[in-house]
Design a protein around this ligand. Structure first.
Ligand code: HEM
Length: 414
């Protein structure tokens, strides 16, 4: 593949077959591992801003994650495109777009909401909901696995965790699709520009959360919203805006990512019957490595951005200037042949598996990794026990995005 034909900034690149994507990153890793890309002119004409450097080696992604003082998360957001204004960065970013000390404060307050008792209750809820989802799937019969199965578990878990009443679940699902899939035609509203569409989605989620927060202030309950409303760290509480914006982050970070992992797993287990047989033969013994391999292979978060905080910041063989954007391509790091044998292969027993699907070590490592692993395991435990021959009957219909490695639809049968 010619390096000049690889344009990570173009939407078309992300619609190409996955084998092309892999070949492109192999080429970049070898020949230009910090390559600079301008953003498309239709964006920069409206919102002038810098392009980005693509980091695609495992070692460079790790290094940038480890040094938040040099490569921060709090300037302009954590995707290639700066969000149009401060207000939207605050709305969509929450802790993922903050640096210490604000990030640390918010993260420790939120973590204090996950007491051992709450985690245990959540684990039980995951098992219960996974069983219900598979009950419904068996009643429905062959269908779209994404919408009828994979999407249902994470959405319900986040809603139950936060105490969202059932009547809002569909709205939460729709708005999270809008926020993450805004670049894909299926989720685009032709009558609105991208900014307005994102803002409207966030507004609806915030309105609903504000109502819920007001109720929890009056009458504390057992859910995470209540814990967040009343949690204190060093005498400080979260503001209601901070809680609403954290919820948007959860919906965005915890919903699609888990759904996509479960969906990619169906694709992988269909394509690799030998790996399915290995896992089914010893489900509990293989589950931990299988789930890590699913997350590595799928890399549901393709990339996250950091911004250089000063002139002269070095990373590997390159020096960056203040304000330079670097994109940490987790998808590419997870296929770096320096670290992984047969990186495009799928091996449910891969060990070691030092993947960055949940981010590389650093302050922003995924807060929901435990919950995500639990959900993927519980869902596949149910499927293996009750419908072990379930398989995909077509190729995944992929989301058009350079940020989320999404599966929109995947027909299944058994
Ligand atoms: C397989 C599923 C998941 C994947 C692949 C995933 C991936 C990631 C990644 C790559 C990051 C790092 C962002 C960065 O580098 O800046 C992250 C952060 C985060 N994730 Fe996850 N995630 C998953 C599930 C979840 C779930 C279930 C939740 C919660 C319910 C969650 C909540 C968060 C939060 C709150 C952060 C921000 C942490 C911080 O900034 O300190 N994630 N996730």
């Amino acid at each position: 593949m010619q390096i000049d034909g690889i344009d990570l900034a173009s939407q078309a690149f992300w619609e190409r077959p996955l084998a092309d994507r892999s070949a492109a990153f192999d080429r970049l890793r070898l020949d230009d591992p910090y390559r600079y890309y301008d953003l498309p002119a239709e964006i920069t004409e409206q919102f002038p801003q810098k392009g980005f450097h693509a980091l695609c080696r495992h070692a460079d992604v790790a290094e940038a994650s480890r040094r938040p003082e040099d490569f921060c998360s709090g300037q302009g957001g954590t995707t290639a495109l700066n969000l149009p204004n401060e207000e939207m960065t605050r709305y969509f970013g929450s802790m993922i777009s903050m640096d210490d000390p604000r990030h640390k404060r918010l993260r420790s307050i939120v973590s204090s909401g996950f007491t051992p008792r709450r985690v245990k209750e959540l684990d039980e809820a995951v098992d219960r909901v996974a069983a219900e989802v598979v009950d419904d799937l068996l009643t429905t019969g062959p269908c779209d696995f994404v919408t009828e199965a994979a999407a249902r578990l994470p959405l319900r878990i986040i809603c139950e965790m936060m105490g969202i009443p059932e009547e809002h679940w569909q709205m939460v699902f729709d708005q999270s699709n809008t926020i993450l899939g805004a670049q894909d035609d299926e989720y685009r509203d032709e009558n609105l520009d991208l900014g307005s569409q994102l803002f409207l989605a966030a507004f609806q989620l915030t309105e609903m959360m504000n109502g819920l927060i007001a109720e929890r202030v009056e009458l504390p309950t057992d859910d995470l919203t209540s814990a967040l409303v009343h949690a204190e760290v060093d005498g400080e509480r979260l503001t209601h805006d901070e809680i609403a914006s954290f919820f948007i982050l959860l919906v965005v970070a915890g919903n699609e990512t888990t759904r996509n992992s479960i969906s990619w797993a169906l694709h992988l287990l269909t394509e690799h019957e030998d790996q399915r047989a290995r896992w089914w033969d010893d489900f509990d013994g293989v589950a931990n490595t299988a789930v890590e391999e699913i997350v590595r292979w799928a890399s549901p978060v393709i990339s996250m951005r950091r911004t250089a905080t000063r002139d002269g910041v070095r990373l590997g063989e390159r020096e960056f200037a203040e304000g330079d954007k670097v994109l940490l391509y987790y998808w590419a790091a997870n296929r770096d042949p320096e670290v992984f044998d047969d990186p495009d292969g799928f091996d449910v027993r891969r060990t070691p598996n030092d993947h960055y699907g949940f981010g590389a070590p650093g302050p922003h490592f995924c807060l929901g990794a435990h919950l995500a692993r639990r959900q993927i395991t519980a869902m596949w435990q149910q499927l293996r026990d009750r419908v072990p021959e379930i398989h995909a009957t077509d190729a995944p219909d992929r989301l058009s995005s350079g940020f989320i490695n999404g599966v929109k639809h995947l027909p299944c049968a058994w």
